[in-house]
Design a protein around this ligand. Structure first.
Ligand code: FES
Length: 354
């Protein structure tokens, strides 16, 4: 059965357009796709009360991934195709993919995945992306700082290293609200036996337990400044860690992966005009929320994926004006540089290649 759609595809590809071809051949093999990555859900595992792991077997369009990368997942919600980005949690050499996903309050995609996606379902994926990956030097000591499901890219790294029988000097610090909400809790306890050189420290942010602090870091990893550091988690954790590295003059030693949509904190710039050179339209936006949200509200349809500053599908060129990075508050006005529409808001009138 699996060979038949491919033979038919070879003949039919010359006769019909790819989208039509894909539509009909999916009746023979639901994983069939001319170009897209489709995956069958093989299992759904509860990690914590609000986190599940989806075990996926992708079709042959999947090109593999490096531990720490992420991929988009597209689902249909109320007749609309919605896409979000999630880190891959499994090891690079595993035959299936693992996505460990927390249900977000009011999250339409995470809600749909938790409520409707069961074993046997087919989901659409994007190819793996991102440079949040292990350094090429296999001897570099590592420091991994994770908050909540920000642990998932690190699980991928550690599972990959353990499966390959590596020895690696790694300190993993992870925070969760409480013990019952720490994902892969049992595995974290067992991993040091499989990955010599790994030390795992957990902390819980409710019940009066500690959050990130420089003193806490020095106590657990006195040589923190000499390690390649990675942080992934909620904005508050990532910002606190980044500020610590910045203050030590070690900004380039830290790699950071944000998750969750960037949010604006202070007041907006007031109405600003955004000239969009590709569509030929000029619209007025409030300058309060992300450019992606405000351009959509003005009737434009910019390309996008995760809406969280991760996938870069909303990248476009700033031709004139200034924007503010929502996560850091930094103003950017470098002309002809790429910006991510979901991660910035307008500070002045703009010209964008959208
Ligand atoms: S939509 Fe993914 S980075 Fe903006």
């Amino acid at each position: 059965m699996r060979g038949r759609p491919r033979k038919l595809a070879g003949v039919a590809r010359r006769l019909v357009d790819p989208a039509t071809l894909e539509f009909w051949l999916q009746h023979l093999d639901p994983l069939f796709a001319v170009e897209r990555v489709r995956a069958r859900v093989e299992a759904v595992q509860a990690e914590t009360p609000r986190v599940r792991t989806f075990v996926l077997r992708p079709n042959r369009r999947w090109r593999g991934f490096r531990a720490g990368q992420h991929a988009t997942v597209t689902v249909e919600v109320d007749g609309r195709r919605l896409t979000r980005t999630f880190s891959l949690a499994g090891g690079e050499d595993e035959p299936t993919l693992r996505l460990t996903i927390a249900r977000q309050p009011d999250g339409r995609v995470t809600g749909a995945l938790h409520d409707r996606v069961r074993p046997g379902a087919i989901v659409e994926l994007g190819q793996a992306q991102g440079d949040f990956v292990l350094p090429d030097d296999p001897r570099a000591p590592l420091l991994l700082l994770a908050g909540g499901t920000g642990l998932t890219p690190f699980l991928s790294m550690l599972r990959t290293l353990a499966a390959r029988g590596a020895r690696r000097d790694v300190v993993l610090l992870c925070w969760a609200p409480r013990p019952a909400e720490l994902i892969a809790r049992n595995e974290l306890g067992a991993l040091p036996a499989r990955l010599p050189g790994l030390r795992v420290h957990t902390a819980f942010t409710r019940d009066g337990m500690a959050r990130f602090s420089g003193d806490g870091l020095r106590a657990l990893a006195p040589d923190w400044a000499a390690r390649r550091a990675y942080v992934c988690g909620p904005d508050a954790l990532t910002a606190a860690v980044a500020a610590h590295w910045d203050a030590a003059g070690l900004t380039t030693q830290l790699r950071r992966e944000w998750f969750g949509a960037p949010r604006a904190a202070a007041a907006g710039a007031g109405p600003v005009a955004v000239a969009c050179t590709r569509s030929g339209r000029t619209v007025t936006v409030p300058g309060e929320r992300s450019l992606l949200v405000e351009l959509e509200a003005a009737g434009l349809r910019p390309a996008h994926g995760c809406r969280a500053g991760i996938c870069r599908q909303c990248t476009c060129t700033l031709a004139a004006g200034a924007v503010e990075e929502l996560r850091t508050g930094t103003t950017r006005h470098e002309i002809d540089e790429p910006i991510q529409l979901c991660a910035v808001r307008a500070r002045t009138d703009l010209v964008l290649a959208v």
